[in-house]
Design a protein around this ligand. Structure first.
Ligand code: ATP
Ligand code: MG
Length: 221
């Protein structure tokens, strides 16, 4: 969270500074002897855009800290996967994405925060769908669960999208790293901190063919 707080200040400061600049510009166009309303309107619409961006970032962070103490209950990860598939079914079919699962029938339950784990799956699945929106060819989102080691289960989310951004594949977990026009770049950073708070790991890999695959583990004892 330390890194998050540091980059948060920087990230929110940028649109706010831009908004101040644009507000000043707007004020100058309005207070000239002959006010230029067109220029003023344009400047003020940039203010709206900047301020909205800052508000988006703040609301995303607030969501992250909204829940007080994390809940701990025994959760069935397969059930969470199935729930999220139902929830994101509309989004998937809108972009012609076929969702498949290979769920190990007897994975042990994990001690965890159901809502947080749902959030992780949602972030990974939406990222996968996003990565396929522009890609040609088959669009498959495959979610698997399996017993990884004696007291560990592993969930994988694989897509056939554009693949991890070359040269930045290590940075995708950094807070605010995004290649999307309207992305906050917080999804993976939040997801990793959730999984680590559960005693697991979250990482990404490229695929030999195309697309990306994300894995996370959770302790089961
Ligand atoms: N499945 C994927 N395939 C290809 N690139 C990905 C994938 N998942 C993440 N990335 C890359 O990692 C970046 C960071 O992802 P992250 O989820 O943290 O933020 P985001 O999706 O850009 O924004 P947000 O989650 O706030 O909507 C993405 O912008 C994208 O470049
Ligand atoms: Mg995301």
């Amino acid at each position: 969270m330390g890194e998050l707080t540091a980059s948060l200040a920087h990230e929110v400061n940028q649109p706010i500074a831009a908004a101040v600049t644009n507000a000043n510009t707007c004020w100058r166009w309005l207070t000239r002897r002959e006010p230029d309303l067109d220029e003023a309107r344009e400047a003020v619409s940039r203010v709206v855009k900047d301020a909205t961006r800052a508000a988006e970032i703040i609301s995303r962070v607030r969501q992250l800290f909204k829940k007080g103490a994390p809940q701990r209950e025994l959760v069935d990860i397969n059930e969470i996967i199935r729930e999220m598939i139902v929830l994101l079914g509309g989004e998937a079919s809108r972009y012609s994405v076929a969702v498949q699962t290979e769920l190990a029938p007897d994975v042990p339950k994990v001690m965890g925060d159901r809502v947080q784990l749902q959030q992780v799956l949602m972030n990974l699945m939406i990222n996968g769908i996003d990565a396929m929106k522009e890609a040609d060819g088959t669009r498959e989102l495959i979610i698997t669960s399996q017993q990884a080691e004696a007291q560990e289960l592993m969930v994988s989310v694989s897509d056939t999208g554009v693949g991890l951004p070359t040269q930045h594949s290590d940075e995708v977990f950094n807070a605010f790293f995004t290649t999307k026009l309207h992305g906050t770049g917080m999804g993976l950073s939040i997801s990793r901190s959730i999984i680590e708070s559960h005693g697991g790991r979250l990482w990404a890999a490229g695929k030999a063919t195309r697309g990306a695959i994300f894995h996370f583990t959770l302790p089961t004892s």
